[in-house]
Each structure stands twice: as C-alpha cells, then as structure tokens.
Write a protein that binds this ligand. Sequence first.
Ligand SMILES: [Zn+2]
Length: 261
Amino acid sequence: MVSRVTDDYERMALAGCQAVCEPAFWAGFDRSAAAGFSDYFSQLTEHEPRRAAKFGLKHFCWLCINSKEAEDVKLAEEVIALIPPLLDRPNVLGIGEIGLNKNSRNEMRVLEMQVELAARHEQLILVHTPHLEDKLKGTKLILSVLKNDRRIKPERVIIDHVEEHTVELVLDTGMWAGMTLYPETKCTPARAIDILERYGSERLWLNSACDWGASDPLAVPKTALEMKRRGHLAGAIEKVVFENPKRFLSQSGHFQLGESW
Ligand SMILES: [Zn+2]
C-alpha cells in the first residue's frame, strides 16, 4: 500500500475483501540508510492500519529487508536489528517477504540472517522468489536454506510467486505456495486457475500484486469471478480465496478478522 491510493481500500472493501496483508517490500526506489526502513516499519505497523480501518479493512504486515535491497550486507544487518522490538506490534504476522532477487552471494547471506531471525523468534515466514529467468534456481536455493534449519516448520512457511515450473517443488516440501496475480504479465488469473486445476488447492492460495508498477488490488476477487465462470463450485472458490489464507495466517496469534463492520 506504500504506493497505492486510499481509493484502493474502498474498492477492496466493496469487492468483499476483509483484510490486507502487506509484506515489507521494495518501495520503488532504494532507501539510503536504515533510518528509511525505520520510518517504513512505522508506516506498516502504525499508520497503514489506521488508513485501512477507515474502510472497514483489517491491515496486517510482514517485516524484513527485501531481497532487492539486500546487496549491502552491512545495511541489512542494521535493518534486521530494528525488527525484534517490533514483532509484538498487533498487526505483525511474521518475517517477509524475504528471499532472492538475483540469486547473488550477498542476497543468500541476508536470506540466511533473516531465516535465523524468524527461527529465533518463532515467526511465520513469507518468501519472495525471483521474477527473472532464474526463478527455478532461486526457488531451489531458498528451499535448501529453509530445509537446512530444523527449527523451521514447513507448514509455517509460504513460498510466493510460484509458477507452473516451481509449484510442485514447493508443495512437495510441505510448505505453502502462493500465486501472485498480475493483470497481464507473470501469473495472470487464467494461468493461476490452470495451475489450481492441475495441482489442487491444498496449501495453495492467491494474492494480488499491489505495487509501484501495473498491478490490480482486485485481482483476487476477479479471479474468484473467473473461477465461477469456469464452473468451479462456490465452496472450492471460498477455500482458495479465503479459507486457505485464513488457515495459514491464523498460525500467527496476531491474525484475527474483525466482526462485521
Ligand atoms: Zn515478492
């Protein structure tokens, strides 16, 4: 929501959304110092929940330094040190989205540091996989880091931005898989439904890309409509767009949907 307008909240509420879960993310530009992240974490944990609440939407977030800004390991160390005191804030769900962007050595080092942070504080983990041609290689590297740490429970991890060539690899580990919907490029609603029809909906769910580029906050409700058009039953649609995310996120004691508004 750092690069979205308030009208998006109103449209989401009108479309039947109940909550927004915002990962700590690249803001469209690189921040020059840890202080920039400190302000960003205040935005995610204090200001954004208040903006969302005006439209009856619950706002949750994830905290981390994203992989696009993780090339500078010293900066990453400073940012990671800011996080532990914030984990008790009522809308914080866990550590994310951590992961890899270009699969570099420094990104790997920072990924390991953040997996350690999550393990030490028993946090849920949200993982970003690369959008570049190295998605498969990046996904394998990430899974190896997570599987190497015996403290990490697979059912408490979601690997996001899966596509046809990575979904099975992820589901086989016992982790959850997220399909991120974009209007035209990457995973479109039609492709996501094809994947659901092939792999089923156990530990698989959908989210809307919602960032500084071309993206659509209503991608999940629109995909629900497309599933209906393709003959999926109401219960099956409800499972993918609502019950699955609720089941995963409820593993955090902070996740609670409000009473109707
Ligand atoms: Zn991502």
